[in-house]
Design a binder for this molecule. Structure first.
Ligand SMILES: Cc1ncc(COP(=O)(O)O)c(C=O)c1O
Length: 345
């Protein structure tokens, strides 16, 4: 399928643009010199609203459906430093919707990082210190079903957004991103590049994989798992990627082994706990290029990129595009960890 056809099929779905596109695709010259190959960064951290990030692209499709259904309230959920919840709240405010955010944890004594931004947008935050999945014991789909029931009981009628905006509709945002990156890369003479991204719910990866496959692109996506969050993760992503293609009128079957995901290796202790390699990677990119990463998602994904490249697992000289998915507000929830000597002076 060519780019015009894919764009036309995407345009069949309602979308409310929330940011300016395309986001920049920038070279990282000093890092490229150190690694001996071209490295680029795709700045999806530059997307609004509410300090933005990758979830903006998914929310453009999801909130368009919420408006179409004349919803008044939107509900979503995530971990305490969920960027998705924070961006949902900001985008909902912009569209005149009432945001409700669920956290399956104790209400923290201090609202830091993303939680502080939620306070500013006036989002209703519901803290329920049990359940909520995300510990690898439940599938993502089961977790969504349970939270949806809890939200219905507590909030009443609402538009429900799965964790991370993870649905075929939300992932259309990353099919659109695949088109955008493919066009930018070709315009810059970048061929056969890897696109490395963090995988939390994996929707960004699934959308990219679906989009690049449908386009017949030579760009190769690779997801770095940041949390060991879900039971049967590759199975679920294979199903989702197939469904995205089908919704775009081009059914394709994906097996779990077709999902380019490095599972577990770069998670460290657990989701949300920055590993030493993550903090080193974060510091290395900040000092070399002045680019800031976050300690929960992009820091771990970038640590994965550096390690895989060093071990020759990303070929030898193909360019690498690092997809910066945002998340910087979380830096301010990890002040102590960042100051305690894990990060050198
Ligand atoms: C900053 C950041 N990067 C990456 C991700 C992962 O995206 P996905 O859930 O689509 O895998 C998330 C959210 O989960 C995020 O907030």
């Amino acid at each position: 399928m060519n780019a015009a056809e894919l764009t036309e099929r995407l345009d069949a779905y309602p979308r409310l643009p929330l940011a300016e596109y395309p986001t920049p695709l920038e070279p990282l010259p000093r890092l490229s010199r150190e690694l001996g190959r071209e490295v680029y960064i795709k700045r999806d951290d530059d997307l609004g609203p509410g300090l933005g990030g990758n979830k903006t692209r998914k929310l453009e499709y999801l909130l368009a459906e919420a408006k179409q259904r004349r919803a008044r309230k939107v509900v979503t959920y995530g971990g305490l430093q969920s960027n998705h919840a924070r961006i949902t709240a900001a985008a909902a405010c912009r569209l005149g919707l009432e945001p409700h955010l669920f956290y399956f944890e104790h209400r923290p004594a201090r609202a830091a990082g993303n939680l502080l931004l939620n306070r500013l947008t006036g989002a209703r935050m519901h803290f329920i210190p049990f359940g909520g999945g995300g510990d690898g014991s439940m599938t993502l789909e089961t977790t969504n079903r349970l939270v949806r029931l809890v939200a219905l009981a507590l909030v009443g009628r609402h538009y429900f957004i799965p964790v991370g905006g993870h649905s075929w509709r939300g992932c259309l945002g990353y099919v659109r991103a695949a088109l955008e990156i493919d066009a930018q890369a070709r315009g810059m003479g970048i061929e056969d590049a890897w696109i490395v991204t963090a995988a939390g719910t994996g929707g960004t990866l699934a959308g990219l994989l679906a989009g690049l496959t449908l386009l017949g692109s030579r760009l190769r996506p690779l997801g770095i798992d940041v949390g060991k969050l879900w039971k049967g993760f590759p199975v679920s992503l294979a199903r989702l990627t197939g469904e995205i293609c089908a919704r775009l009128g081009e059914p394709r079957a994906f097996a779990p082994g077709d999902i380019p995901l490095i599972e577990g290796v770069y998670v460290g202790e657990r989701y949300g706990a920055p590993s030493p390699a993550c903090l080193d990677a974060l510091q290395r990119l900040a000092r070399l290029e002045g680019v800031l990463l976050d300690p929960v998602y992009t820091g771990k994904a970038f640590a994965g990129l550096l390690d895989l490249a060093a071990r020759g697992q990303l070929g030898t000289d193909e360019p690498i595009i690092f997809l910066h998915t945002g998340g910087l507000p979380a830096l301010f929830a990890f002040e102590e960890r960042l100051l305690e000597g894990q990060v050198s002076r």
